[in-house]
Design a protein around this ligand. Sequence first.
Ligand SMILES: Nc1ncnc2c1ncn2[C@@H]1O[C@H](COP(=O)(O)OP(=O)(O)OP(=O)(O)O)[C@@H](O)[C@H]1O
Length: 235
Amino acid sequence: MIEEAVAVAELEVTLGGRQVLDRVRIRAGSGELVFIAGRNGSGKSTVFRAIMGRLLSSGGEVAVRGQVGYHEQTPVYMPDMTVVENLRSFNKLFRTQWSPARMDQFIEELGLSHAERSNASSLSGGEKQRLALGITLMRDKDIYLFDEAESAMDPAGRRFYFDMLKRLSQEGKTVLWISHHIRDSLAVADRGYFMHGGKAYSFDVSQVRSSVQDYSEDAFADYCEEQVVNSQWEC
Ligand SMILES: Nc1ncnc2c1ncn2[C@@H]1O[C@H](COP(=O)(O)OP(=O)(O)OP(=O)(O)O)[C@@H](O)[C@H]1O
């Protein structure tokens, strides 16, 4: 039996003949903010797909208490509808039951008021991510998995996104996210994992915050790999 938490996973995944996840242990408690870092191809998205039961070849165990909202790397929205039509349609579909006034306020919070009558397919990359984020947030879930939801957003969009993660946690939601924005992620995370060599190494965020000098992605990955090689972190 794996230990109890809101979300716990012990994952074994082989894809295309390669073991992508090798007894990866991920744990997230109630209201916790958990950051998953790692270089391209290290298996971060695979962790989320395995948790969601999307991989036929995956083994191991997943124990989740509560409903999970999975925000995939590719933004999800209706391309032929405007921003407002998208949000109204999902409001109906999810039975969110927001009033028109609440919806207007939400569109403003998302930074999409200027584009609310634009077709979703014509939005910029960052705007599409804001819309997709809005759609995910309309569903009330206990646990959220965000896969690079803010990768194309500008600094204002990222501020909104990371503030929103904190708000979700204050509401008691458990949040796990994958991001290549190291500084922003370390600023809000309670706990971190670094994916390397098919394993997830758990790290103490406050200790990392006080040791890391250079928050560029490469320098951070170099720092993490040094900790792994020197057996400073557990997996
Ligand atoms: N269906 C598949 N068949 C074969 N290999 C796969 C499949 N899906 C993923 N992989 C491989 O698994 C590895 C991990 O992929 P994953 O998408 O989890 O990486 P990631 O850490 O999320 O990377 P990124 O930062 O680029 O998003 C990659 O080498 C990828 O090529």
